[in-house]
Ligand binder design. Structure first.
Ligand code: B16
Ligand code: MG
Length: 218
């Protein structure tokens, strides 16, 4: 087997802080159904597909709905979410992300995206970082959502890297589980208590020095 390394980035909450927009859009739907929706509830939706997220919210409120109603709420949620993205630009990239992408590129490493979002490609374009990625795998490309490892296994395969040579940067519990199930090196970005299942944890990319990355490349 070759020794190619794949550095796989989640999108929402790792590269860009879109979690706040997902939250506002879901809160609007939840509140219109008289369901209380807090930031704590929102943690349950991180890394989770749109369809599954709605089911979690309806369960919280013990609301039964027809497929037609669900489709309408899913459509409305995405319209509201997209309205927040209209003016998105490079200023929304989270601190330390671009230096890490530049470092990995400079070292000739493969970089991939592994996101549950169906809006990943336009976000990478709007923020001007799409060209860093050798492979992009998002919610349009997989049938099984995180914690299923399909999204990360597909990303590693596209850049010819073995799973054990893949490093996954994730902000969600479901994403860390997916990376671990795939036998990849999981790196949590965010709160240590929430992401305790990760092999390594950093509060954000500014807390990650080049020695850490260099050691993963070796
Ligand atoms: P969309 P990630 C995930 O993206 C988000 O964390 C999650 O909150 C969202 O529901 C999901 O994408 C689907 O997003 O509605 O845009 O298809 O963190 O895996 O990059
Ligand atoms: Mg995420």
């Amino acid at each position: 087997m070759n020794n190619i390394k794949a550095f796989i980035f989640d999108l929402d909450g790792v590269i860009v802080d879109t979690a706040k927009y997902h939250y506002l859009a879901w809160k609007k739907i939840a509140n219109s159904l008289d369901i209380d929706f807090t930031h704590e509830h929102n943690e349950l939706l991180k890394g989770v597909s749109r369809v599954r997220s709605l089911d979690i919210i309806l369960d919280l409120g013990k609301v039964d709905a027809t497929q037609e109603q669900k489709d309408q709420w899913l459509f409305q949620k995405n319209e509201d979410y997209l309205s927040f993205l209209v003016d998105m630009d490079a200023s929304e990239i989270l601190p330390g992300v671009v230096p890490v992408l530049e470092f990995l590129k400079e070292k000739g490493q493969k970089i991939a995206l592994g996101s549950a979002s169906k809006n990943a490609r336009p976000i990478l374009e709007k923020t001007g970082i799409a060209s860093f990625f050798d492979a992009i795998v998002d919610g349009n490309d997989v049938s099984n959502a995180k914690p299923d490892p399909e999204v990360f296994l597909t990303a590693a395969r596209l850049v010819n890297a073995a799973p054990e040579n893949a490093i996954v940067f994730e902000d969600s519990v479901a994403g860390i589980q997916a990376a671990n199930i795939a036998n990849m090196i999981s790196v949590g970005i965010g709160d240590a208590a929430t992401l305790h299942g990760a092999k390594y944890i950093f509060t954000d990319f500014t807390a990650m020095d080049e020695n850490f990355l260099a050691q993963l490349i070796e």
